[in-house]
Ligand binder design. Structure first.
Ligand code: SF4
Length: 359
């Protein structure tokens, strides 16, 4: 039996099990506690690897696990308790990535804004980590996902965004519901009003911030009125985009044990559709503001779903990239731009995509 914090021990556990022909168990959560714990090194050997599937970009784990125990979520059980990686290890890793040509680093954590690493007298927060990483030459853009809606450290975090040109003006902060009753049933520790206040505070410090949200519809006990509150929150938050999921019970979670999945599938589908419809209206309005403007994009590669009417040929294929604030941009240009920055003049928009011409 191997806990998520001990994955690095798996080869040893298997070896010992084979040699001793006995059961092996490693489930301690001790590594979360101390920076000087030797087990942290093993933890590092697993997490000191970045996902570099997109050219010019890397996803770097800042922390793993989660202590929030939202009632519908299995993550705290399968990923274990929150453990933040040593700040110096992350900085070293990002320096190596920058040497390899990486320009955009996304720091990852289930509730990444709870990053906290103690070294000597100082406790480093996500804001500190962002300042440190933004000093690294070669790294041009920095993002962090996913943020849990909480007041602690929020102003400081938004301030780094405002202060550092490298920290992208992008915040992914799931609300999950706009009904206080449902938020309570989910064990989310904020009200809809408190959530909206965070969004307002973010916009006050970073006026052009682009915000993305997650929602779950059809949670046990969600009435039409609860759902309307969610739709209302989506309108008010003015997200760039939203991810909407239909509730489905996860075995082993509190919600699965204590709540009955009592919303019919058809209603879940309708609410899912309705919420996306509400969001699409805002997305279309926000996207329109880009028309006839120039944007900088980091090119991800060839567009997977080439759009009609593109002036495509072998030397000028349709490319896709993203702006710092995560808008998807489609335009034609040489494939050699992949992994590089490009300037694009936006000529038309759809709710989720900006279309333009390479400058
Ligand atoms: Fe943690 Fe997110 Fe799961 Fe809540 S939903 S327990 S914050 S991973």
């Amino acid at each position: 039996v191997c806990g998520p914090g001990q994955i690095a021990r798996l080869p040893d556990l298997i070896k010992h099990a084979m040699e001793k022909k006995g059961k092996q168990l490693s489930v301690s959560d001790a590594i979360r506690k101390a920076a000087d714990n030797p087990e942290l090194e093993e933890f590092e050997s697993v997490y000191d690897r970045a996902d570099k599937d997109i050219p010019g970009q890397a996803f770097v784990r800042a922390m793993r696990g989660c202590d929030n125990f939202c009632t519908y979520c299995i993550v705290p059980y399968v990923r274990g308790p929150e453990t933040s990686r040593p700040i110096n290890k992350i900085v070293e890793q990002v320096k190596r990535l920058a040497d390899d040509g990486v320009k955009l680093v996304t720091l990852l954590g289930q509730a990444v804004n709870k990053y906290q690493y103690r070294a000597g007298e100082k406790t480093y927060t996500l804001a500190d980590l962002l300042y440190k990483v933004s000093e690294i030459d070669g790294i041009e853009w920095l993002r962090f996902v996913t943020s849990y809606p909480r007041k602690e450290g929020f102003t400081e975090l938004m301030q780094v965004m405002a202060d550092s040109p490298k920290v992208c003006n992008y915040l992914h902060m799931p609300a999950q519901s706009g009904s206080d009753k449902i938020l309570k049933a989910m064990n989310r520790r904020y009200t809809a009003q408190q959530y909206l206040e965070l969004i307002d505070a973010a916009r006050e410090i970073v006026p052009d911030i682009s915000v993305a949200g997650d929602f779950i519809v059809g949670v046990p006990g969600e009435t039409d009125d609860d759902f309307e509150r969610t739709a209302e929150l989506v309108k008010k938050a003015r997200y760039k985009n939203c991810f909407v999921f239909k509730y489905s019970p996860r075995p082993g979670t509190t919600a699965d044990k204590s709540l009955q999945d009592n919303i019919p599938e058809e209603i879940k589908k309708q609410r899912n559709y309705r919420l996306l419809e509400v969001q699409e209206k805002t997305s279309a309005e926000l996207a329109k503001q880009f028309e006839n403007k120039q944007v900088t994009v980091l090119v991800e590669g060839l567009s997977k779903k080439p759009h009609l009417n593109s002036a495509e040929n072998d030397n000028n294929p349709q490319l896709v990239g993203r702006t710092a604030d995560d808008w998807i941009v489609v335009f034609n240009g040489p494939a050699s731009l992949t992994g590089q920055f490009a300037r694009v003049n936006i000529t038309r928009t759809s709710p989720l995509t900006l279309f333009g011409e390479l400058i």
